[in-house]
Design a protein around this ligand. Sequence first.
Ligand code: BGC
Length: 354
Amino acid sequence: MAVLMIPANPLAAKQMTRVRSSASRKDHAIVKEFREGCAAPLPVLRQVAEGIAADMRKGLNGDGGHSLPMIPTFVNTLPSGLKVQLGGKDGRVIDTEFEQVAIPQDLMFGTSEELFDFIASGLGTFVQKESGKFHLPSRRLREIGFTFSFPVKQTSIDSGILIKLTKGFAVSGTVNDTVGTLAGARYWDDDAMVAVILGTGTNACYVERMDCIPKLQGHLPANGDMIINTEWGAFHDSLPLTEFDKALDAASINPGEQILEKTISGMYLGEVARRVFLKMAESGAMFGGSAPDKLSTPFVLRTHHLCAMQQDQSSDLKLVGKILSDTLGVDNCSSSIREMAIDICDAIVKRGGG
Ligand code: BGC
């Protein structure tokens, strides 16, 4: 039930838009239905795994009607090189240096030239700042690899055409990171054959035998191996989806695409939860029939908020209350609403983990 507190002093009324939110039966029903929709018991997981395996086979054959592109990368040897200091065959990786640079929102919707200029200048600044231990002997040129976190149809080892942008990017006028991950893994373990990315997006690549890639036969020698970029984030068949997943997809810049990615990866987890909270607010139960502006803002709730809420161990779920208030504008939540918020986060996180 939602109770609006109207102050006696009308001047204070403007500031006092606080609403006390407590859970109703309707809220419980929304959360229950959502939890059931997110459940990933063994038979469901098995069905999804079989669906992915079937699509992988079709993708390697080059048949139509499948969601996984299974892109040949033309990479057949692994590795040698990251921005790391190597200690020889036995010493492996001695040191690494890295820096994270967030891509400004406006560049996500600008031109490809602006985006790549930004990446190149960030890299230039990083190289200039490097510490002494990474300096190369004179006359030795630095060798550099570049991982591009989007699906590229490779035409050779060092050329390719961008298939599409994912993860909320929509730059215009353009032309992959799993292979870089597998290459990096080889420094630690010679037997690494598969690399999985569970980050802002999701993807996997693995080492395949050339004779198991029918779509390449006749084009390349049939012996040896090649790394295949599965682009499994695109999987969609037999994937159970809740109404919130479907609405998120419909409102996205790439509807109908990257469906597995939209249900399990970091870019989207907070947004799924926000949509559940919004329904609770709009149904009139949790928040008096109207949602605060923040709660109506897409992508305002991020994955780190979701994880922080799910891990709140305090007896009064203080952090949950703070995030609901600061991030979503839902003030003064009762303990039952806080507990339901945890249930929602838990369902999303467990489904992603499944
Ligand atoms: C892209 C993949 C990439 C993955 C992880 C997905 O959105 O389609 O190419 O490997 O994100 O960054």
